[in-house]
Design a protein around this ligand. Structure first.
Ligand code: NDP
Length: 482
């Protein structure tokens, strides 16, 4: 076996071992092999990182916008320069197809830094004149040390989506990627060193959520937590943060509806629905896992969808024709399979897929055929709970009222896609649907200036554009009487 790569924490501008010297194994999901070691950090590591971040805040928060713009742009450029290396690392850590990491994950990580490097130069505060007797102006100041905690599905993409605005706004950061996918965050440490980011401004502490993550959330000197992950973890974090009045941004789970009307542009809808169902092995919080199809086209859709999904190649992430790579971990594979069993118990019929796939040469990898289920009630557990894997449920509907009831029946409210040529209907449903993000005749078309986030149990707060900069700053109003 080749020597294991040793990931290290990034604290006070240096790569360091965890205080207790303990490490966890990092597994390549495509082969099931251990290939790296991850610091099993705890409260002591977090205390040190927060201490240095607090010290660094004094100077970082006073740097000019131009300086922060330049340094964040440099990080963005270095991410682009290292596209191949980062994409390879992301794919190996997560199991996602290499081409996907190259085309989506890493370019987006670079775009996050570039976007917020620019956005901060346009971040303006308000002024209000009061009855010609006084002027009010608002100052927005960074919060101090903030914590950014991200999940495993889009590792560098989501990690940088939080870190970039936090740094741009003048905060210092103590961050933790998922312990399942730490490699690109580790590589980001070295990129930040190369870019000349001052010591202590960004600190990356690796390890489990229940130890390192929880220590960040509970730390008295951490003023805000930006978290993306599961709804149950979000609840725990909210419980820990609330008594200390920390600012919280929670981007949580989803069970998104994909609503397809008979008058849609059928070919566009079909091609996009394959992506929205199974991109990244269905492990995107925005995937449309409940597909509602208007009855006149239901049978045609079912036949065409099954045919198309049958052709998606499940394979090793390095192969360019692989469309479905490996699921992130053995336990996640088990969780997804348990939902397929549940679906059968609840009366569902698996129209296609759902079987484990043995990939030659990588027999211990976590591969699963994409699965399409029909015949389930809209309110059964399979249709209500987040599976977060390559599994969709298809259901016919007859009326707009009925499909809205189905779509809104879940505890989540993250995103929705609506397929119709009828503009009035699209605007009606967009206004009635309980989702923070609505796509009409598309999916995952992103503009980083827009507010991003979920309703109901999909989270609180919005990220992106000015929302992110507002989150990472605190407003102070000054009123001057003339
Ligand atoms: P988890 O909630 O398990 O973990 C997310 C992050 O939180 C990880 O870094 C994890 O650490 C950490 N964590 C776990 N427990 C705690 C704790 N008690 N205190 C502090 N941090 C903790 O989510 P997953 O990683 O499994 O990601 C999948 C989930 O993320 C899905 O529900 C998905 O819908 C959601 N998601 C939401 C998005 C959105 O924008 N709304 C986008 C992408 C995903 P570790 O894993 O290392 O233990």
């Amino acid at each position: 076996m080749s020597e294991l790569i040793k990931i290290r924490n990034y604290v006070n501008g240096k790569l360091v071992d965890p205080v207790m010297g303990k490490y966890l194994e990092n597994i390549n999901p495509a082969s099931g092999e251990v290939y790296a070691l991850i610091p099993d950090s705890d409260g002591k590591d977090v205390d040190a990182a927060v201490k240095y971040a607090k010290e660094a805040f004094h100077s970082w928060s006073k740097t000019s916008i131009e300086y922060r713009h330049d340094i964040l742009s440099k990080i963005s450029d270095l991410i682009r320069d290292n596209l191949k290396l980062l994409a390879k690392a992301e794919s190996k850590d997560n199991g996602k197809p290499l081409w996907l990491a190259k085309e989506v994950d890493i370019p987006r990580a670079a775009a996050n830094f570039k976007f917020f490097a620019n956005a901060i130069t346009l971040f303006a505060s308000q002024a209000h004149e009061t009855d010609q007797t006084a002027i009010n102006y608002t100052i927005r100041r960074p919060l101090g040390v903030v914590s950014c905690i991200s999940p495993w599905n889009l590792p560098l993409y989501l990690f940088t989506w939080k870190i970039a605005p936090a740094l741009a706004a003048g905060n210092t950061v103590v961050a933790k990627p998922s312990e399942l996918t730490p490699m690109t965050a580790f590589l980001l440490s070295t990129i930040c060193m190369e870019a000349g980011l001052p010591a202590g401004v960004l600190n990356i502490v690796h390890g489990y959520g229940h130890s390192a993550g929880q220590a960040m959330v509970s730390h008295d000197d951490v003023k805000a937590v930006s978290f993306t992950g599961g709804t149950e973890t979000g609840q725990k974090i909210a419980t820990l943060a609330a008594p200390k009045f920390k600012k919280l941004s929670l981007e949580l789970g989803g069970k998104n509806p994909n609503i397809i009307f008979a008058d849609c542009d059928y070919d566009d809808m079909l091609a996009t629905t394959i992506q929205s169902s199974f991109s990244n092995q269905g492990q995107i919080c925005l995937c449309g896992s409940r597909i509602f199809v208007e009855r006149p086209i239901y049978e045609k859709f079912k036949k065409d969808f099954v045919e198309a999904v049958r052709k998606l190649k499940v394979g090793h992430p390095d192969q360019p024709d692989t469309r479905i790579g490996a699921l992130v971990s053995a336990s996640h594979l088990d969780k997804v399979k348990s939902y397929l069993e549940l679906a059968k118990e609840e009366g569902g019929k698996i129209l296609f897929g759902g079987k484990e796939v043995i990939v030659e040469g990588f027999e211990n990898g976590y591969y699963l055929e994409p699965a399409i289920i029909e015949g389930l009630a809209f309110d059964c557990r399979t249709n209500q709970e987040e599976i977060f894997g390559p599994v969709v449920s298809i259901m016919p509907f007859d009326t707009e009222k009925e499909v809205l009831e189905y779509a809104n029946s879940v505890r989540y409210g993250l995103s929705c896609s609506i397929w119709t040529q009828n503009l009035k209907r699209a605007t009606r449903i967009s206004s009635e649907i309980e989702a923070g993000i609505v796509w009409v005749n598309t999916w995952m078309l992103r503009d980083l200036r827009t507010p991003f986030g979920g309703m109901k149990d999909s989270g609180i707060g919005r990220e992106g554009g000015l929302d992110a900069l507002n989150f990472f700053t605190e407003a102070k109003n000054v009123c001057i009487k003339y």
